[in-house]
Structure formats: structure tokens, C-alpha cells
Design a protein around this ligand. Structure first.
Ligand SMILES: Cc1cc2nc3c(=O)[nH]c(=O)nc-3n(C[C@H](O)[C@H](O)[C@H](O)COP(=O)(O)O)c2cc1C
Length: 315
């Protein structure tokens, strides 16, 4: 009996996704094959599909796909599937979490002469990461035009953005965690914000190039220490790339093992709930599990300078 189009597509797909034999896809698509992601609206071709298969398989070496249902009607075919795998290698710059994901998707295929000419997919590697708790804000940025400030270039000059930020006064925190060898790690950050009191949610934005970032990304908890006016040395250490920033520091572990810096104005330990990918940074959202509020006055940061939070003049 002749194999049906469903059999041919399913076999090539499993060869590509489950075994990495991406060239098996050549036989089932037309020369002008196009693939649209319904999430990002991006349209790509066969080369990008092959690369995506290879990238996802590299990140999830045990990836397996189950075809749940195929519905064919003339030249229209819909495939419903479930994929499982363990996130063990980086994907799209996201460090592996070791988590197991089970993700579901569907492809709507349009056939021409028995080959796939066009397919609409409810899934891509960004969706996979979202299923792992690492949603990306990337597509929103790509679609949004830059804010026009000079009417000519349409781009916001970075010195304007810097100038804007210099007008914003914040405290200074040290964001802490432990790495996979149990060593305390941390960096200075003023991107802390309280999201809500009930539930007690906080956020902090961390640059992916930070040496603390991989440990932070893989941690279940993070610490946020609001520095006091007595900790100028501490902020300088944590804004540096010093190999052991905790060497000359008094600190203690919170109930979930996160380093909390002694003498801080306040410290908290939060369970990491979301890791939003925002281009160069990750926005960590945490649910606060423990907090310590001290007597010391906070340090104040404005335009690259540190000030004494005990000597503020009320308006
Ligand atoms: C006042 C201040 C605020 C900062 N805020 C942030 C921040 O919110 N996010 C971030 O990723 N880096 C921030 N930085 C920069 C990092 O602290 C700095 O890049 C540090 O060297 C990173 O260390 P690491 O690479 O060892 O993690 C800030 C630095 C200072 C001085």
C-alpha cells in the first residue's frame, strides 16, 4: 500500500525532531516552502526550520515528539503533537535550567503537489522557553517602533536615555544568590522595584553579561539587600568584577540559603517565579518569602553618585 501524505510527513518530521536528521525535511516541502509562527507572526523558510530543529535538539538532547492527531482534508492537513525534553544546554542565550518540559502545539499545513508549501505553527523555541517559565518579551520589542525624539532618525539617542535615567533617584541594592558550587555571588543593582504587597512580589533586571547571571538564572531564590549609608565600600565591591565579593564581608544565609548582607538597611529573600527575557536583560520576578528590616538609613543613588539617606530634606 502506498504511504499516505500523513505517513510521509510524520516520518520525516520524527526523523528531524527526534533524531536530528533535518535533511529528511527536504523531501516533504516545496522549494518555496514558508513557515509562519502564529505567536511572533514571523515567516521563515526551510533553512531556518532546520536550524531551529538543531538548536532545540542541542538544548534538549532527549527531545521526543508524539503525534497526537492528524486531520487531513484535501490539501489541508493539521497535525497536533506533544514534545517532551530536558533543558540541559543553552537555548537562545538562555542558560539551561535542568527542567523537564512537556509542550503541545499544532501545525496547519497547506500542501501543493503532495508537499508542504506553507505551514502555520503555534509554536517556536520562544514558546518552548515560555513553557519552561522563561517567557520572552522579544517579539513585542521587534514590532514596536522606537520612540521618535528627533523626528529625523526615528531612533532614541542613548545619551537622551542616559540623561533621563540620571534624573531618577533610587536606592542601591545588592542582588545575591549562590552558584552551583555553593559559593555566594552578587551584583549591585538599582533596578529593584516592588510590584505588589499582596502577594508580595518584587522585580529586578539583570544584564545577561553579568558574571552573577548564570548562577542567578539557575537559582530557585534570590536575595535583595538595600544598602545602608554605611556600605559605600560594599556597593563599590558589588559593582565590580571582583572574583570573591564576599571575602571581607559579614553575611548570613536566609532561610532558603540565599546570602543576606549584614548591616544592610533591609534584606529579603524571594522565590524566583518568572524570568522574562528582555533582550540584553532578564527581568526576575520573585515572591518574597523572608524579609529583615534594619535600623540603618538607606544609601541613595543619583546620576552616578551616592548620597546619605539620613540627610534628606523633606519638601
Ligand atoms: C548604582 C548601580 C546600579 C546598578 N544596577 C544594575 C542593575 O540594575 N542591573 C544590572 O545588571 N547591573 C547593574 N549595575 C551594574 C553591575 O553592578 C556591574 O555590571 C557589576 O560589575 C556586575 O558584576 P558581575 O559581572 O560580577 O555580576 C549597577 C551598578 C551600579 C553602580
Amino acid at each position: 500500500m502506498q504511504p499516505t501524505i500523513t505517513d510521509t510527513v510524520t516520518a520525516a518530521w520524527k526523523a528531524a525532531w527526534d533524531e536530528g536528521d533535518v535533511d529528511a525535511l527536504d523531501a516533504i516541502v516545496t522549494a518555496d516552502y514558508q513557515r509562519e509562527s502564529t505567536g511572533t507572526k514571523k515567516v521563515t523558510g526551510l533553512a531556518e526550520l532546520k536550524q531551529e530543529v538543531l538548536d532545540v535538539r542541542a538544548a534538549f538532547p532527549d527531545l521526543t515528539t508524539r503525534i497526537d492527531k492528524v486531520i487531513a482534508s484535501g490539501d489541508d492537513v493539521a497535525i497536533f503533537w506533544t514534545t517532551t525534553g530536558t533543558f540541559t544546554q543553552p537555548l537562545r542565550g538562555v542558560p539551561p535550567t535542568g527542567g523537564v518540559v512537556e509542550t503541545r502545539g499544532s501545525n496547519a499545513l497547506t500542501l501543493r503537489d503532495g508537499r508542504i508549501a506553507y505551514e502555520r505553527v503555534t509554536w517556536d523555541s520562544a514558546e518552548l522557553l515560555a513553557d519552561l517559565g522563561v517567557p520572552s518579551l522579544g517579539s513585542a520589542f521587534e514590532e514596536a517602533p522606537d520612540v521618535v525624539v528627533d523626528n529625523l532618525s526615528g531612533n532614541l539617542p542613548s545619551d537622551v536615555m542616559k540623561g533621563f535615567n540620571r534624573q531618577f533617584i533610587t536606592g542601591v541594592t545588592v542582588v545575591t544568590t549562590v552558584d552551583d558550587e555553593g559559593r555566594p555571588r552578587g551584583l549591585a543593582a538599582n533596578s529593584y522595584a516592588s510590584i505588589s504587597l499582596d502577594p508580595p512580589l518584587v522585580l529586578v533586571c539583570v544584564q545577561k553579561t553579568s558574571s552573577t547571571y548564570p548562577a542567578l538564572f539557575q537559582s530557585s531564590h534570590l536575595g535583595i539587600n538595600i544598602l545602608s549609608n554605611d556600605q559605600l565600600g560594599t556597593v563599590r565591591t558589588f559593582a565590580s568584577k571582583a572574583p570573591d565579593k564576599f571575602a571581607d564581608l559579614e553575611w548570613h544565609a536566609g532561610p532558603h540559603g540565599t546570602p543576606l548582607i549584614d548591616g544592610s538597611a533591609a534584606s529579603l529573600e524571594a522565590e524566583i517565579k518568572e524570568r522574562f527575557q528582555a533582550k540584553t536583560h532578564t527581568i526576575f520576578v520573585g515572591r518574597v518569602r523572608h524579609a529583615e528590616v534594619g535600623e540603618a538609613h538607606p544609601m541613595v543613588y543619583k546620576a552616578g553618585h551616592f548620597f546619605d539617606g539620613a540627610r534628606l530634606e523633606e519638601l
